[in-house]
Ligand binder design. Sequence first.
Ligand code: UTP
Length: 272
Amino acid sequence: MIQKAIIPAAGYGIRNLPITKAIPKELFPIGNRPAIDYVVKEAIDAGITDILIILSRNKTEIMNYFDRSMELEAHLRTIHKESMLPIIAPAKVNIQYIRQYEALGLGHAVSLGQSFAANEPFAVMLPDQINLHQNSLLLPLIRNYEKHRTNVIGLQSVDPKLLSQYGVASAVQVQRRIYEVASIVEKPAYDPPSQLAVMGRYIVEPGIFELLKTTKPGIGGEIQLTDALNQMGMTRKAIGYVYKERWYDTSIEHDYLKIQQRAYQLHKKRKQ
Ligand code: UTP
């Protein structure tokens, strides 16, 4: 059973400057909740009990968001708004934090979770890749891990014009929605190996940590998780699970506007 998840949130958010100078992109609002809150809920709904969030110096607001605010609770009681207490209650999951001193890449961020993972397989969840589904979309990856006992990667078919912004899988279909992944090409400028983009959800075996220790900086000068996954894939191929559900990448303006719209529609529908 997968019980642990690592959520890397220590990047600079260069694509979203200047707002990310002051507001971490993981806290971008979607309705009245920050993006990372959707990811934590998705983890809890999939049975995750322990989360490690990787932070950097200017991301302390993320800790504050998940902390209990005694002062606000007392104030809500004073003004007889007790009905609002549940919406500010901390998530029912054990959250730990660690700082990444320098944004050396996603692979480096994940490597900081070695003692947290304690030699167990774990989930990696990128907090800028969000879906709005009622059911946790981490769950199918966990089920596939239990079946195949190898790394599992969430994929989605995306518009070919957008593939250069993603990791793209070179993969062969083995069942409906299930692929064997030979490798992942990070942000291919031309000739993407398929239309299947990596969707920021992974189940990873703890063997990744030894490989990350020697993974050299790759594309963008960053230590890439993809490079270590590709190396693992040489001995045992990863499984790709293709989501048909729509994912949104909050770092891409067009997607961010779309998810805002969708969250608003869902909110209106629930109120009807
Ligand atoms: P991204 O590449 O999307 O985030 O990494 P970024 O680096 O913040 O954004 P750009 O590319 O500069 O615009 C995906 C996730 O991994 C985290 C980011 O915070 C983001 O949530 N990350 C990335 C780290 O935690 N550490 C890193 O060194 C790099």
